[in-house]
Design a protein around this ligand. Sequence first.
Ligand SMILES: Cc1cc2nc3c(=O)[nH]c(=O)nc-3n(C[C@H](O)[C@H](O)[C@H](O)COP(=O)(O)O)c2cc1C
Length: 191
Amino acid sequence: MGTILVAYGSKEGQTEKIAGRIAMALAAHGYDVRTESVTDDAAGEAVADADAVLVGSSIHMGAHSKQVYAFVREYREDIEARPNGFFQVSLSSALDDEDARAEVATYIDEFVEESGWHPERMAAFGGALRYSEYGFLTRMVMKRIAKGATGDTDASRDYEYTDWDEVETFAADFADFVDSTAGTAAGGAAV
Ligand SMILES: Cc1cc2nc3c(=O)[nH]c(=O)nc-3n(C[C@H](O)[C@H](O)[C@H](O)COP(=O)(O)O)c2cc1C
């Protein structure tokens, strides 16, 4: 059926975990899937061989991964020539209030504006608080942020906010989208 590349930028591992779950769902739809960190040269090399591309990035300090920006800038034309999509992972997406929703929308708008890439499919997922991965200072900062956000300030454990059903649904929709472009220009065949 074709190959889909899932390229991700992840600092503490949640975006990588989500990329893995998306890959499993796409594989269940019959696709060959390559999952690569954007920091690995293999991600760039895999774009040309892929029939479709998904890119994922987590948010830190109000911004997407610099490595994801670098990847998208370098391979934008190749990504745009294929069915493509983007997913974003943040704490804000785990919160059910208007300010957080506005923040999530702002992150996406900034990404589109700064990268110049208008992904054909997009999703925003709740991430995780991985206190076990943080150094002393980051743990302090995140405890303070968590106090006003999820309330999960017990740093002796980690917290995961990802809605895995949402992730599965996004992957299934993306697979359907790629199916629907097969044999069209967007799907890579000549017109
Ligand atoms: C230092 C730090 C800064 C963060 N800043 C933000 C932020 O500005 N907005 C937000 O919604 N989430 C923020 N988060 C939450 C992350 O997006 C969340 O932990 C996510 O799961 C990280 O994904 P990763 O494990 O793939 O790097 C921050 C997390 C850390 C550790």
